[in-house]
Ligand binder design. Sequence first.
Ligand SMILES: NC(=O)CC[C@H](N)C(=O)O
Length: 370
Amino acid sequence: MTNAALVLEDGRVFRGEAYGATGVSLGEVVFSTAMTGYQETLTDPSYHRQIVVQTAPQIGNTGWNDEDDESSRIWVAGYVVRDPARTPSNWRSKRGLDEELAKQGVVGIAGIDTRTLTRHIREQGAMRAGVFSGGDLTDDASMVEQVKTSAQMLGANLAVDVTTDKPYVVEAIGEKKFTVAALDLGIKSNTPRMMAARGIEVHVLPLTSTFEDILAVSPDGLFLSNGPGDPATQDHAIALTKEALGRKLPLFGICFGNQILGRALGRGTYKMRYGHRGINIPVIDVATGKVAITSQNHGFALEGTPGEEFSSEFGRAVLSHYCPNDGTVEGVRLLDAPAFSVQYHPEAAAGPHDAAPLFDEFVTLMNEAR
Ligand SMILES: NC(=O)CC[C@H](N)C(=O)O
């Protein structure tokens, strides 16, 4: 049975079976090498407008539960898997992955050769694509044409689509020690939880917030979250970051937040050929030489060379982390002010990466600033 097609902008067509909802879905096709944690992947707002290919061949084995969502919905534009689970089984599972995708209107495709597809993306780069199902699949040229008229990821301003409408508070667990303003560019629920566990009361603020809105919560620190789209579009978030740096408000950023801190320090960002998406990506901390196995999802990165020191408007800074596989910069740190960021994520239960030291370091910065 082939009643679905994944169509790439370069004309390549993969035929398979409809999975989840049927219809047409357009986005940038990217692959994730994560072996576990598909529920976290699907609900990560950073994947907004992306069609995610899982390189792990069997997906859906542990079904869908009511605990692991990283946000209120599935954000991926489309989903591509090789061999979906026929009989999901897990003590926490409430329903099947296909059922959840269908319920949330996410168009997917199964049964295609995801190894060939991934090699193609590695060689040609991430590109626009469409998942088509439930309609006429005979006219390849017209499907390719539809894909070619869809929006590019380069230059896409997407954080506005995923940020919270209203501010909300995540209470500190136990004794409250700090207050943090978290700018929501597409925050994942595990992040405020990691802070709350350290006695931080987290005020999650919409992207439209002014610096006065940030000051109004009397923050001990500012957190910049992960998020979708091109960091070069984030003028407002960069301006807020600069205000915070000017006042030496302790600052910590993750992923998109890392790119925004870097840009606030005057560094450029660029689009990677196919990005880093997975949960076992090595990162070296230049200061200690230690390697962490990290969870990542990014298609953009900061320009520069690992370990490079540079002077910014806010003092000396260093490109503090990098990926040894390809030399991509994965972190930045101010040496003259309490601010740092990394390109990787804390995950709930998706992988081996322990993000605790990052949050502990943020706590240390806030303590020192008192
Ligand atoms: N996970 C993220 O925050 C992603 C950041 C940015 N949208 C990128 O692709 O690089």
